[in-house]
Design a protein around this ligand. Structure first.
Ligand SMILES: Nc1ncnc2c1ncn2[C@@H]1O[C@H](COP(=O)(O)OP(=O)(O)OP(=O)(O)O)[C@@H](O)[C@H]1O
Length: 708
């Protein structure tokens, strides 16, 4: 048992002692009255002062917020409740003050402890509250909608609350000899409240849904925008699946949690208090019996949790108090856990099926159909097992819940019989009470469910906020955008290590090279030499750790982002829409000459119905659409035949463009004005094809190796 729980119990006992002292004094001095409401408040205030000192002594002066809250509740709940009761439903005899009543003591102690536990578990270290407050700020543009929705919610709840009361009144009137006019007026009021409830609930629901849709749109837009600002390395360490899940399911979930749960929590809280007031007014004895049902169900639930973890009903020997403390937190959590598992299984199954279908060519070539079916079967079995567990859970819990409800109902009927025979309760009142009982339990259950749901989204909300708060780790672009660009590129002592690679394994080591404007320069070398890394740096996908890259003598990062990416283009196999293809086709006749693509042709998903050569043609021509001054071709023509390669290169080299070619086919680069040989991240040799062949160095040997 934790120290705080021990202290809490001692405070509860001490408070009970103070109550008993008051009652003993009343008996001793034969007082029939104790100052009425003023007496209740004076007793509460005096008790608060004593409990405050006692709590400080107990905790050696260390202020424990939870214990202070408990002391305050123990002292103030009673006078607040009594004042409300006397003001709302004045008793027939004058109120005498704090009277000796054990049920009052138990009720106050129980309600205070429960409130503290719920507060402690719900707010904990304040993380949840901070996250929720931040999330609520995103609702700011919809403040008016929210005010309207909550207004309708409260009106709907008030109407809802009075329906059973009027139903009971109408039933009472059916039995007695009452005037037609009173009967019809009660019926009219009942109809009015029912209509009001339906109308306000409908309006509330509609406005909440609209607000939620607007919030989702806002959050998704913001998150998508933030994600697209991140550096490339971010996308290397976060896979696309998890980012897309953040963007879609997580944002939906967090919006839904706050909007719907806040809606449900406010509705249930207001309803609970209103109903509790009416029920206490009808019969406090029956109300106490009703309130016992929920904690009992919670105990059953916690027992089930123990059973589901150890697969046995045997007692774990845990102390009762500890399990009660954990109770509120764990209530409905098995269900939540199973729900999470089920979602995970769904996602896995979906992922597996879509991976297999999209990679059907690979599956077929490896004759892996049977293996894929087996894997899918395994995933389905897992899903079945979770569903079975969930089914067993539901069946057991439903049975126990029904038994508890039945037991409580029998007790209530026995008590109601004696109250009716004593003339303290009418049949109509009893019917009203029963009509309140079920919604009351539902409200409490809904409150706990909202709490569970909100707790389960803490992780989701903080993950989304982490992404929203993330500042990209790349240099911000400058504003430089000259009218004329020659296209001269210089690498000066560039050293670069990929963020995800070990620091002692640089991809480029002190690379210095020049790409002359209006000329074709080729980067060649063995695989993994560093050619693509040069291209990535030129496109500012990464920043070099040392050295600099200049474009027409200006550091790359000084250029405006838009300008740089308009003027320096790389062909990329990035098939988006067919529309894009035909825009391209209109501007470049070369497309018609090279790709043989018909306007009506369906290119399939991600251009799956195009040949590799056609894809390369489209990629090059699309890069040309923006009329760049510098064009990068990284293995861009490897799938084209010699004739088409020639047409494409002619098109690319027209208009005095600077062309940087990366190719393994040395035939392609022979025509280049300048060839740079890169190996192990360093420039090994450079010159024209003839110069390098005459030199008989690495270029010559690579060509010989390829030829042989
Ligand atoms: N995203 C990355 N993260 C970490 N290391 C990388 C990454 N991309 C490339 N590398 C490493 O950097 C080195 C240079 O790779 P690069 O892609 O530039 O070579 P390349 O010459 O273009 O090879 P290829 O001709 O096969 O395309 C290699 O050792 C490679 O493993």
């Amino acid at each position: 048992m934790t120290g705080v729980v021990k202290c809490g119990l001692i405070i509860l006992l001490f408070d009970a002692g103070l109550w008993f002292s008051l009652w003993a004094a009343l008996v001793l001095y034969e007082c029939s009255t104790c100052g009425g409401l003023a007496g209740a408040w004076a007793f509460g205030a005096a008790k608060w002062a004593v409990l405050h000192v006692f709590t400080s002594t107990l905790t050696d002066g260390k202020r424990r917020a939870v214990l202070c809250r408990l002391a305050a509740l123990l002292c103030l709940l009673f006078p607040v409740f009594e004042s409300g009761r006397v003001l709302v439903a004045p008793p027939s005899e004058p109120y005498t003050g704090p009277y000796p009543d054990l049920s009052v003591l138990l009720l106050v102690s129980g309600a205070s402890s429960l409130a503290c536990v719920v507060w402690e578990k719900a707010c904990g270290d304040g993380t949840l509250m901070k996250l929720l407050v931040r999330l609520l700020k995103y609702f700011k543009p919809d403040t008016l909608y929210l005010i309207a929705a909550f207004g309708f919610l409260i009106l709907g709840v008030v109407c809802d609350t009075f329906i059973p009361l009027y139903q009971g009144n109408v039933i009472d009137m059916l039995r007695g000899r009452v005037l037609d006019s009173s009967f019809f007026s009660a019926l009219g009021q009942l109809a009015l409240f029912s209509l009001g409830s339906a109308l306000f609930s409908g309006l509330r629901g509609g406005i909440f849904m609209c607000t939620l849709a607007r919030l989702n749109r806002r959050l998704k837009h913001l998150l998508f925008h933030t994600l697209l600002q991140q550096e490339v390395h971010f996308f290397e360490v976060n896979n696309s699946g998890s980012l897309s899940s953040r963007l879609h399911s997580d944002v939906d979930k967090m919006g839904r949690t706050v909007a719907l749960n806040a809606n449900a929590a406010v509705r249930s809280t207001v309803k609970t208090f209103l109903m509790l007031g009416v029920m206490l007014n009808l019969s406090w004895e029956l109300t106490v019996l009703t309130c016992i049902e929920m904690p009992l169900l919670a105990v059953l639930q916690s027992k089930y949790i123990t059973w589901s973890k150890h697969e046995t009903f045997s007692s774990t020997g845990q102390e009762m108090i500890c399990s009660i403390i954990r109770l509120m937190h764990s209530f409905l959590f098995v269900k939540q856990e199973l729900k999470d598992q089920m979602q995970e299984c769904h996602a896995q199954n979906k992922d597996l099926a879509s991976q297999t279908v999209s990679g059907i060519r690979t599956v077929r070539s490896f004759n892996a159909e049977k293996e894929e079916v087996r894997r899918y079967n395994e995933a389905l079995d897992q899903m079945c097992a979770v569903k079975r567990r969930s089914g067993i859970y539901s069946a057991i819990f439903l049975l126990l819940r029904r038994l508890v409800s039945l037991g409580i109902k029998i007790l209530m009927l026995v008590k109601a019989r004696s109250l009716i025979s004593l003339g303290q309760l009418s049949i109509g009142n009893l019917v009203s009470f029963f009509l309140y009982q079920k919604p009351m339990s539902n409200n409490l259950r809904e409150l706990l469910y909202c709490y569970g749901e909100t707790m389960s989204t803490v992780g989701v909300i903080s993950k989304v906020f982490n992404y929203l708060d993330r500042t990209p780790e790349c240099k911000t672009a400058g504003e430089f955008a000259p009218e004329k660009l020659e296209g001269k590129i210089s690498f000066r002592n560039v050293t670069f290590t990929y963020p995800s690679a070990p620091q002692d394994k640089p991809a480029l080591k002190s690379v210095s090279m020049e790409v002359q404007p209006g000329k074709m320069t080729a980067l060649v070398g063995p695989s993994g030499g560093g050619k693509t890394s040069c291209v990535s740096l030129l496109k500012r996908l990464y920043e070099p750790q040392e050295g600099e890259i200049l474009l027409d003598g200006q550091p790359l990062h000084q250029y405006s982002h838009k300008y740089l990416h308009q003027k320096v283009q790389q062909h990329i196999h990035y098939i988006l829409y067919r529309k894009c293809l035909y825009q391209t086709q209109k501007r470049h006749n070369a497309h018609a000459k090279t790709s043989n693509l018909q306007e009506t042709a369906d290119i399939g998903e991600r251009g799956g119905r195009l040949s590799d050569g056609q894809k390369q043609c489209i990629a090059i021509i699309r890069a040309l659409v923006r009329d760049p001054q510098v064009i990068i071709l990284d293995e861009a023509t490897s799938k084209l035949d010699v004739q088409v390669q020639h047409t494409v290169l002619q098109e690319v080299l027209s208009c005095g463009r600077t062309v940087l070619v990366v190719a393994h086919q040395l035939k392609t680069v022979e025509k280049a004005d300048h060839i740079i040989f890169i190996e192990k991240g360093a420039v090994v040799e450079e010159g024209t094809h003839q110069e390098l062949m005459a030199k008989r160095g690495r270029y010559y040997r690579l060509k010989e190796e390829l030829f042989s």
